[in-house]
Design a binder for this molecule. Structure first.
Ligand code: HEM
Length: 476
């Protein structure tokens, strides 16, 4: 009798411990743990979770923050544009949180890079990365890559578009950033892509995401071996690049002697992860919406054909494709690739003042994320927020208004915003301009994406449409 009672008491205490936030956080509005768990159990995407569970706190209850239990800890989600600005613009007082040492993901990507370091170390990485990115705007390389893609698309027909955006984006990062061709577009069995996909599939298992401690209790040997093999591949590229310099970012970074071998490798992994899934997701979303709204597709095509005038894309003719640019801005708003940023912490604690007049005390060292999707899909910020409407950005592009960087933040804002924003925008504009010039496309009858692109569950919470079959027809 004693054992069942003890077991029951232990279980009850464990559940109480998980479901109740620590005393220091109980004053903050809270999303039900059960609803979060249910959402993960149903493999709901991060974007759907934010729309259902977090946005109502801001939109209906007028709250600027909400807390929830996920990824093994309590997280504060910033939902209010004013609080967002306070935190994002102040990297010194809101450094990125040191990643949990038990999360296997960091064995792969490392922490000694521009993405996860802070303070003077981050400054050093950031300076090198910005300088290297400034030296190249690879529109020509994006064009060559897109032509390779068109060869693989053959005569068109039903094509799994998300399969190709992933490959194009990977080769774009490979050839222009790392100076190494993964041949993901040309080679169906690209070993790099295969290994990476296997790792990501293992990292996506919800149980390990919600309770990362399971990876300590039950280490997954295959996963660890795969990660170590991929790290070895990065080291091999680095060794090769030292001897074979080129017109790529890694070459430029190697000219800067202040980074160690490990720091170079960690930055390579960071660029690999940060650079390709995000752009692939955005390209899938954009092309899907242009299929859903054929009138927008036709309008963008007319503009592109006129601006290109049978020439290859360059910075001048791309600048004359305003409507296409508006479509890119809108795709990045409505299905923003990263629904939230990496967690920040305030080492001293802080009181944050929202635009609703409410103030929230955030205790020291509490994981705090900036919720990008909450700003992008909030009806208080955007009229008809759930509708794809590029026209809402046209005034911005004709210079009548400025894009509101307090509510349009797909690349975040402040000192830790994406350093490759320009790179990613040009990649999307170039690939889509060439696509519009050479192809017409529509969704097949009965497509699950008919109303909006449907994302796949992803370990980083990336908003990435999956099984996006599109019917492509070659233009004459
Ligand atoms: C549409 C494509 C992209 C989107 C939407 C995007 C979005 C973002 C966002 C939201 C952040 C801030 C994350 C945070 O604060 O936690 C970020 C940071 C970063 N991104 Fe991107 N990104 C894109 C493409 C790229 C590409 C192509 C690269 C590299 C080739 C890249 C490299 C980075 C790096 C290195 C950081 C860390 C910057 C720092 O912490 O100082 N991103 N990105």
């Amino acid at each position: 009798m004693l054992y069942p009672t003890l077991l029951f008491t232990a279980l009850a205490l464990f559940l109480k411990w998980i479901f109740t936030p620590p005393a220091k956080l109980r004053h903050l509005p809270r999303v039900s743990f059960f609803r979060v768990l249910w959402s993960y159990a149903n493999k709901e995407t991060e974007e759907a979770r934010i729309r259902k569970l977090y946005i109502p706190f801001m939109q209906e209850k007028g709250e600027g923050v909400a807390i929830s239990y996920a990824l093994g800890r309590w997280l504060i989600h910033i939902l209010d544009p004013k609080i967002w600005r306070t935190v994002a613009d102040d990297a010194a007082n809101w450094p990125k949180e040191l990643p949990p040492s038990d999360m296997v993901f960091f064995r792969f990507v490392g922490t000694k890079n521009v993405v996860f370091s802070n303070g003077e170390t981050w400054q050093k990485h950031s300076t090198v990365v910005h300088a290297a990115l400034k030296r190249t705007l690879p529109i020509e390389q994006f064009t060559v890559l897109t032509q390779k893609l068109f060869k693989r698309m053959g005569d068109g027909g039903l094509i799994k578009w998300d399969h190709w955006t992933m490959r194009v984006a990977l080769d774009a990062v490979g050839t222009t950033i790392l100076g190494y061709d993964f041949e993901a577009v040309e080679n169906d069995n690209s070993p790099f892509l295969k290994q990476y996909t296997t790792i990501m599939d293992a990292l996506s298992i919800p149980l390990f995401l919600v309770f990362p401690i399971f990876d300590v209790w039950f280490p997954r040997k295959d996963l660890i071996n795969n990660i170590d093999a991929l790290i070895a591949r990065f080291q091999a590229i680095l060794d090769y690049k030292r001897e074979n310099r080129g017109n790529d970012m890694l070459t430029y970074m190697l000219e800067e002697p202040s980074l160690t071998e490990e720091e170079y490798r960690h930055n390579m992994a960071a660029f690999f992860v940060a650079g390709h899934d995000s752009t692939a997701a955005a390209l899938s979303t954009l092309v899907a919406y242009l299929a859903i709204y054929p009138a927008f597709q036709e309008r963008a095509r007319k503009e592109v054909i006129h601006a290109l005038d049978n020439k290859d894309p360059d910075s001048h003719n791309l600048a004359n494709m305003q409507f296409l640019y508006a479509c890119v801005l809108e795709a990045l708003r409505i299905n923003t690739p990263f629904p939230f940023t990496a967690p920040r912490v305030s080492p001293t604690g802080a009181t944050l003042h929202g635009s609703n007049g409410k103030s929230y005390y955030i205790p020291p060292n509490t994981s705090t994320v900036l919720s990008i999707a909450s700003l992008h899909r909030n009806e208080n910020n955007w009229s008809d927020a759930h509708t794809f409407n590029p026209e809402r950005h046209l005034d911005t592009l004709t210079g009548k208004t400025k894009i509101d960087a307090t509510i349009w933040v797909p690349f975040s804002r402040g000192p830790r915003q994406c350093p490759a924003r320009n790179f990613a925008m040009y990649e999307m504009r170039t690939v889509t301009a060439l696509l519009l010039q050479s192809w017409e496309w529509e969704l097949p009858p009965g497509s699950p994406h008919a109303i909006a692109p449907q994302n796949v569950f992803s370990p980083f919470g990336l908003s990435s449409p999956k099984d996006l079959y599109i019917n492509f027809t070659k233009r004459g």
